[in-house]
Design a protein around this ligand. Structure first.
Ligand code: SF4
Ligand code: SF4
Length: 383
């Protein structure tokens, strides 16, 4: 197992994510404890020493399970991370009660790492509002030794992350983002890594394989990669890409089986960053994968002032692309919520006045209609 130094502690480069533990009968709230415990034991045996959980994972059961499973090991032999559940704004007035409950659930007197969870466009005002005192409370817990290192996780757009860092950058010690070879450009991960660097923050990676999508590539993509490094799996390419990005310290993987754990640990036995040709090939494949599913909006904004409904058309198209590429997830509903009622795909009246000025000849009204139909199918058309 590879290790990297973080403030004089040695962290395994691969972290165990506690959000995809094996479950019983497909019920996310019912962890298969026997199988999950075997995973934790194997992870420790393989040298993983970073374990990541959160209030909401597995309907609240992940923290309880992780706490129980890890008590078999000396408390100073591993690092435990959890997070304040700010993705639900109803939690903001309850930071103390939630934090104390988390310590109890995890059977620990302290968290090695603690994060502001999922800082995004719809909760940043809550995070920054002194009325709720989340930052002050957590900084005080750090002073009391109940938190060793503070950080934050985010899927937000750059301006929101910048705003958070302008306010709390001095308190943060690491930044956890969605980073993989698709999101390098698709979700502006490249710029987010640069922002972390500007604040002197190491990067913690989530979704290294985009929920498994990057572990299963087309034959054509694999043939191109095979010509460069024979016998390397798609998953390994994903991790080798991350080993190439300067500033990446921790790569979290939600491992559900002993097989996945074994493969990941084998990959993390060594560092083998990509050379320029390999990097460029991966980016070329990424571009092809994205463009296959993407509406080619360049965000020129010409259409916006022609929309009688005042829709932020380029933003909605970007979300449509995200929805299509990801096939679900929570980025789309979170950002739609920020846009607010009256500004959603369902508010398009199909007048097509926007299309007359679109240099890309995008059938915008059709995109809105399709987007709305997909949101309706997922019960997400309204906010
Ligand atoms: S078709 Fe829809 S998005 Fe385009 S201008 Fe009309 S209302 Fe706005
Ligand atoms: S005019 Fe076309 S390309 Fe420009 S922002 Fe609108 S939809 Fe996108």
């Amino acid at each position: 197992m590879l290790y990297q130094n973080f403030q004089n502690i040695s962290l395994s480069s691969l972290g165990f994510g506690g959000m995809r533990l094996p479950v019983v009968d497909g019920d996310d709230g019912q962890i298969d404890e026997e199988k999950a415990k075997a995973l934790i034991d194997s992870a420790i045996y393989e040298g993983i020493n970073y374990f990541d959980t959160a209030w909401g994972y597995h309907k609240g059961q992940s923290e309880i399970f992780m706490g129980k499973a890890l008590t078999a090991y000396p408390r100073d032999s591993y690092f435990l991370a959890s997070k304040f559940p700010g993705y639900d704004t109803a939690n903001f007035p309850k930071v103390q009660a939630i934090f104390e409950k988390q310590l109890e659930k995890c059977q620990t007197p302290y968290f090695d790492f603690y994060l502001f969870h999922n800082v995004n466009e719809s909760n940043i005002d809550f995070y920054l509002n002194p009325k709720y005192g989340v930052r002050d409370y957590l900084v005080e817990q750090q002073r009391l030794g109940k938190i060793h290192h503070l950080g934050f996780s985010t899927h937000a757009e750059l301006p929101t992350i910048r705003r958070f860092l302008e306010a709390y950058g001095d308190d943060m010690e690491f930044m956890q983002i969605q980073l993989n070879w698709i999101d390098w450009t698709f979700q502006q991960a490249k710029e987010k890594v640069a922002l972390a660097k500007a604040y002197g923050l190491p990067v913690w990676v989530m979704e290294p394989l985009r929920g498994g999508k990057l572990a299963d590539l087309s034959d054509d993509a694999m043939a191109q990669l095979e010509a460069l490094r024979p016998g390397v799996s798609a998953a390994e390419w994903g991790f080798r890409f991350l080993q190439t990005v300067p500033g990446v310290q921790m790569i979290l993987s939600g491992m559900s089986t002993i097989g996945q754990l074994g493969e990941n640990c084998h990959i993390f036995a060594k560092s083998a960053p990509l050379n320029q040709e390999e990097w460029d090939t991966l980016q070329k494949i990424a571009k092809a994968m994205i463009s296959k599913e993407e509406v080619p909006c360049t965000a020129c904004h010409y259409c916006v002032e022609h929309c009688p409904q005042g829709l932020d058309i380029p933003k909605l198209i970007a979300l449509y692309n995200e929805q299509h590429f990801t096939g679900g997830g929570f980025i789309v509903p979170t950002r739609l919520k920020t846009l607010g009622a009256g500004h959603l795909p369902c508010d398009c009246i199909g007048c097509r006045s926007c299309e007359k000025v679109c240099p890309q000849n995008i059938k915008i009204a059709d995109v809105m209609k399709q987007f709305n139909a997909e949101l309706l199918a997922n019960d997400r058309a309204k906010i």
